[in-house]
Design a protein around this ligand. Structure first.
Ligand code: FE
Length: 216
């Protein structure tokens, strides 16, 4: 991929690039097309937002959720995933643009991992789809490092004091996926049922997994 010549390598990262890189040719074309289609009344910007939301929150993160569910269900897969995420994910075809080199971070009762890209919006696309707007925002990018517990509280995640919060800074060369803890009450669930518990934010480390019905 391109972009390895600068320090962080985001020259082609994404359309809402907050640092001062000029828009690429493709980005300019996309924007020109969007405004033309809206102007001609051919698309509704709200419908477009909804489509993007589909990829951000529904289609995209399901790949990651399947990986997490399999890791919960299959200890051998989990240990391979933690040792060499890139090769293990490649076996499943879950490697590609914006996810060439992957590291999986395991949450434990004493360690909570959280992922940010302090310089822009590096994100594991093959596993999570498109990054949410807040992930790309300046406040998240700076506060995740300065005050991770405050950010987690804003997301409704209150961790006990004894849990260590580790913040990982993504780059174009290295992307992270958080492996959340398997929740109590999920014993005996199928891999599909387990995957349904895994939220996108749990895999970024800003959220938790859903509570199984058996534990409610
Ligand atoms: Fe980045």
């Amino acid at each position: 991929m391109s972009g390895h010549d600068d320090h962080h390598g985001h020259a082609t990262d994404d359309p809402s690039h907050p640092h001062n890189a000029p828009l690429s040719d493709v980005q300019l074309r996309v924007r020109a097309l969007e405004s033309l289609l809206v102007e001609k009344g051919l698309i509704d910007p709200a419908a477009l937002d909804e489509l993007i939301d589909q990829y951000e929150t529904k289609v995209g993160p399901r790949n990651g959720a399947q990986v997490v569910a399999r890791a919960w269900a299959d200890p051998d897969f989990k240990s391979r995933l933690l040792q060499n995420a890139t090769d293990t994910l490649a076996e499943l075809g879950l490697i590609g643009r914006q996810g060439e080199n992957m590291v999986v971070l395991e949450n434990t009762p004493t360690i909570h991992n959280m992922v940010v890209c302090t310089l822009c919006s590096c994100y594991p696309w093959p596993l999570l789809g498109l990054p949410p707007v807040w992930y790309k925002s300046a406040p998240y990018r700076s506060r995740a490092v300065i005050d991770p517990r405050g950010v987690l509280r804003d997301f409704g995640v209150n961790l006990p004091e004894e849990v260590e919060v580790r913040v990982w800074d993504s780059t174009a060369d290295l992307r992270y996926l958080v492996l959340p803890m398997r929740p109590d009450g999920s014993e005996g669930m199928s891999q599909e049922e387990l995957a349904a518990l895994v939220t996108r934010d749990a895999m970024i480390g800003t959220g938790v997994v859903k509570v199984p019905e058996a534990a409610q």
